[in-house]
Write a protein that binds this ligand. Structure first.
Ligand SMILES: NC(=O)c1ccc[n+]([C@@H]2O[C@H](COP(=O)([O-])OP(=O)(O)OC[C@H]3O[C@@H](n4cnc5c(N)ncnc54)[C@H](OP(=O)(O)O)[C@@H]3O)[C@@H](O)[C@H]2O)c1
Length: 314
């Protein structure tokens, strides 16, 4: 089968053996793959591969986690998915997802059935990024009706699902992005927009119940801690809360502070599938690449200006 392997520190098209499935897995013929910053991070940061992918030195590496496709084989223990089903999910994250391939062996417990009314591209998009938004706002922050929720990086993959999810749960959403993404972010349902390039969000917001911070660095996280009310919740996707000024502020304001690393979950995928099916949330796919052009999709994501999601089709 065709795959894109990471060889000599480059993404390279290769012809490799189709994977064998375990009893709890299904084999998926991939129709679409979505690309995330972490995919590119794996290419550019070899020292992080063991921590995130669990790969041993010298092991063949296939990057990627996000797939949508058709099941062609089912392991003996799998009862809820059958051959011919269309499925989508984030496979083995953290771990070695091996998604940049024509066929992927995926634990059934990491997948959900793809709603018929969305395409494989839209489904592949709604995996790592959508799960991150779900696990941040629903599992961790438990966002409730009428709460004030600040979402940073609102125009990106995670942020565009986060805005829609927070609105779905009835929150008042304040979103940050650059001016070029103003209409896009307001169109997702955000109630207020802050242009982070010309405005200081900490001068415009106070007493937020929840902040989702996806900008790297302690300085940004400290500013987020300023705007959350005492006892509020702050979920960070990049910066940890253990360094001194951050940890002190968390203690002083008695915050729920959680640094999230998204994790594969078929249960969460099923919740997202239901919302995609009934139109409560949708994927904004702003770029589609052929499998052979996947390295260009990495360049696009590395530019940190992607609106919504980009996907690769097979
Ligand atoms: N811990 C985890 O489990 C986890 C999971 C997913 C993602 N992440 C991390 O979270 C970050 C966001 O992920 P993503 O998939 O959403 O990335 P993405 O899709 O590449 O985000 C691109 C967006 O970032 C916006 N942006 C860039 N700098 C910004 C800033 N200073 N303030 C506000 N917006 C800014 C851009 O909008 P403008 O052009 O308008 O600036 C662009 O739309 C990444 O660093 C990623 O590695 C972590």
């Amino acid at each position: 089968m065709k795959a894109i392997i990471l060889k000599e520190e480059k993404l390279q098209l290769a012809d490799i053996q189709q994977p064998q499935i375990k009893e709890n897995e299904v084999l998926v013929q991939v129709k679409a793959i979505s690309i995330n910053p972490v995919d590119n991070f794996m290419v550019t940061n070899p020292e992080s591969r063991e921590r995130i992918m669990g790969v041993a030195p010298g092991e063949e590496i296939i990057v990627g986690w996000d797939i949508s496709g058709i099941v062609t084989q089912v392991g003996r223990q799998v009862t809820d998915i059958k051959v011919g089903d269309a499925v989508f999910g984030m496979v083995n994250f953290p771990g070695h997802g091996k998604a940049y391939a024509e066929y992927v062996a995926a634990p059934a417990a990491h997948l959900a059935l793809k709603p018929d009314n969305i395409s494989h591209e839209e489904a592949a998009a709604a995996t790592l990024a959508a799960l991150t938004a779900w696990q941040a706002l629903v599992t961790q922050a438990k966002v409730k009706k009428n709460e004030k929720v600040l979402i940073h990086v609102a125009a990106g993959g995670v942020g565009h699902y986060a805005v829609q999810l927070a609105k779905h749960f009835g929150a008042h959403v304040i979103a940050t992005a650059s001016a070029a993404n103003r209409e896009f972010v307001l169109g997702l349902g955000a109630d207020e927009f802050i242009d982070y390039q010309t405005e200081k969000f900490e001068e415009k917001i106070k007493d937020a119940d929840v902040v989702l911070d996806a900008v790297y660095g302690e300085e940004h996280l400290l500013r987020s801690l300023e705007v959350v009310k005492p006892g509020g919740r702050v979920i960070s996707l990049l910066t940890f809360f253990d360094a001194t000024p951050v940890a002190e502020k968390v203690k002083e304001k008695q915050l729920y502070a959680y640094r999230l690393l998204v994790a594969s979950s078929g249960e969460d995928m099923k919740s997202l599938a239901a919302l995609l099916e009934n139109g409560s949330i949708r994927s904004y796919v702003t770029g589609t690449y052929s499998f052979e052009r996947l390295p260009e999709a990495h360049e696009q994501i590395a530019g940190r200006r992607t609106r919504g999601k980009i996907v690769v089709t097979l």
